[in-house]
Design a protein around this ligand. Structure first.
Ligand SMILES: Cc1ncc(COP(=O)(O)O)c(C=O)c1O
Length: 376
C-alpha cells in the first residue's frame, strides 16, 4: 500500500466508527465503468457501490440534470410540492403498475415505511387490533434499522440489538409449504426479496412468487415486494415504497414522514435515471450482457473445482466457493478489479448495468488469473 493511500485511511479510521472492514483503497473519481484512486490507479468496477451506480460514472446527462437542479433548489421539505417529486412518483407508478409512492432516503427506510403501512392497514381493517404478525424469510436482508433488522432472517445481524419488533415469524424462502404453514388470521404482511442478495444471490422461484401473491390476494395480506433504493438515484440517496391504491390509503396525513424524503435533488436524480435507462436501453443490456456474464462464470466453474455453484440472473450473479473468498477478492483488487462478497464463501457480481461484453472479458481474465494462482 502506498503512503498517500495509507495516510487517508489512517486519518479516516481515527474519526469514523469502525462498522465496516474497508478495502485498502481510497477512491477519488470515476469514469464509465472504472474508478480511480487518489494516486491514479485504475479499477474495473464490478461492485457499483453495492449495486447502486447502474449507469457507471461521470455520465454527462446525469451530471447535467443534477447540476441544473442544484442551481434551482436542493431541498424544500415535504410541506410543499415540487415538479421532480411529482414526476419521479409517476415514473415509479408507471414502472411498477402500482398507484402511490412514498419517498425515503434509503432501502432500510423504504422497508420501515412498508412495515408501518402493513400494520396500519391491518389495524384499520381489524378494529384497531395490534396483534398482527409479519412473515419474513430466512437468510433475507432488509437493512439495519430496528424495524428492518426485525424482518432480516439472519440472527448474526440481530442478536446484539434485541429486543427487536415483536410478532415476526420466519419461513424458508422458495418453500411455499413452509410459508403457508406460518400464515394465520393475524398475518398482515409477507416480506421478501425477489433475489436474496446479501443472503447469497438466491433468486425467488417464479412459481413460488406467483403462489405467494395469490395467497396474499385471497387473504388480504400485504406482500411487501415493491420497495426500492440503490440504483433508483444511481448514487444520490433515495428510496421508495410503492403500493396499490387500497393499501396506500391506509396511511393518512401525519402517519409517516421524512424531512428529506423525495427532495428535489434526489427526485431529479431518479427522473434522470429513468430517462437514461430508456435512452441507453439499460434493460436490454442487462439481458444481453447478463447472459454473457452467466456463460463466462459457468465456464470458470467447469474449470475450477473450488467453485461450487453459479447463481443469479442478469447482472446480479453469485459464485459460491468451497472456501472463504476474502483472499480472492483482495487479490483481484490488487490487480485493479473491484469485486465484493456476499457472506463468507460467495463472490457477488453487481457491476454497473451499462457494462459491455469487453468488461466481462476483462473481469473474468483477472478473476481467472487469481484462481489459477490459488490452484497452483
Ligand atoms: C434487499 C435489501 N433491502 C434493504 C437494504 C438496505 O438498504 P440501505 O442500505 O439503502 O438502507 C439492502 C442493502 O443492501 C438490500 O440489499
Amino acid at each position: 500500500m502506498t503512503l498517500q493511500n495509507k495516510a487517508v485511511m489512517d486519518y479516516a479510521e481515527e474519526a469514523i466508527i469502525h462498522t465496516y472492514n474497508r478495502f485498502p483503497v481510497v477512491l477519488d473519481h470515476g469514469d464509465g465503468v472504472y474508478l480511480y484512486d487518489i494516486e491514479g490507479k485504475k479499477y474495473l468496477d464490478f461492485a457499483a457501490g453495492i449495486a447502486v451506480c447502474a449507469l457507471g460514472y461521470n455520465v454527462p446527462e446525469y451530471n447535467e440534470a443534477l447540476k441544473a437542479q442544484i442551481d434551482k433548489v436542493i431541498h424544500v421539505s415535504n410541506l410543499y410540492y415540487t415538479t421532480p417529486m411529482a414526476e419521479a412518483a409517476h415514473l415509479l407508478t408507471a414502472a411498477s403498475g402500482l398507484k402511490k409512492v412514498f419517498f425515503t432516503n434509503s432501502g432500510t427506510e423504504a422497508i420501515e415505511g412498508a412495515i408501518k403501512l402493513a400494520r396500519k392497514y391491518a389495524w384499520t381493517r381489524d378494529n384497531q387490533s395490534t396483534d398482527h404478525e409479519i412473515i419474513a424469510m430466512n437468510h433475507s436482508f432488509h437493512g439495519r434499522s430496528i424495524g428492518a433488522l426485525s424482518v432480516t432472517g439472519n440472527p448474526h445481524y440481530q442478536e446484539a440489538f434485541k429486543p427487536l419488533i415483536d410478532k415476526v415469524v420466519f419461513a424458508d424462502f422458495n418453500d411455499l409449504e413452509d410459508v403457508v404453514s406460518k400464515i394465520n388470521d393475524k398475518t398482515c404482511a409477507i416480506i421478501m426479496e425477489t433475489i436474496q442478495g446479501e443472503g447469497g444471490i438466491y433468486p425467488a422461484d417464479p412459481e413460488f412468487l406467483r403462489a405467494v401473491r395469490r395467497i396474499c390476494d385471497e387473504r388480504d395480506i400485504l406482500l411487501i415486494l415493491m420497495t426500492s433504493a440503490k440504483a433508483l438515484g444511481c448514487g444520490v440517496p433515495i428510496g421508495a415504497f410503492v403500493a396499490g391504491e387500497k393499501a396506500a390509503s391506509a396511511l393518512t396525513a401525519g402517519d409517516h414522514g421524512s424531512t428529506y424524503g423525495g427532495n428535489p435533488l434526489a427526485t431529479a436524480a431518479a427522473c434522470a435515471v429513468f430517462d437514461l435507462f430508456e435512452k441507453k436501453q439499460v434493460v436490454a443490456n442487462v439481458c444481453e450482457v447478463g447472459d454473457y456474464l452467466g456463460q463466462k462464470l459457468n465456464a470458470l466453474a467447469e474449470k475450477y473445482s473450488c467453485i461450487k455453484e453459479v447463481r443469479g440472473m442478469g447482472l446480479i450473479r453469485g459464485m459460491e466457493f468451497d472456501r472463504p473468498v476474502a483472499t480472492i477478492v483482495a487479490r483481484c483488487i490488487k490487480r485493479g478489479l473491484l469485486i465484493i462478497s456476499a457472506g463468507t464463501n460467495i463472490i457477488r457480481f453487481v457491476p454497473p448495468l451499462v457494462i459491455g461484453r469487453e468488461h466481462v472479458d476483462e473481469m473474468t481474465a483477472v478473476l481467472e488469473s487469481v484462481l489459477a494462482e490459488l490452484s497452483e
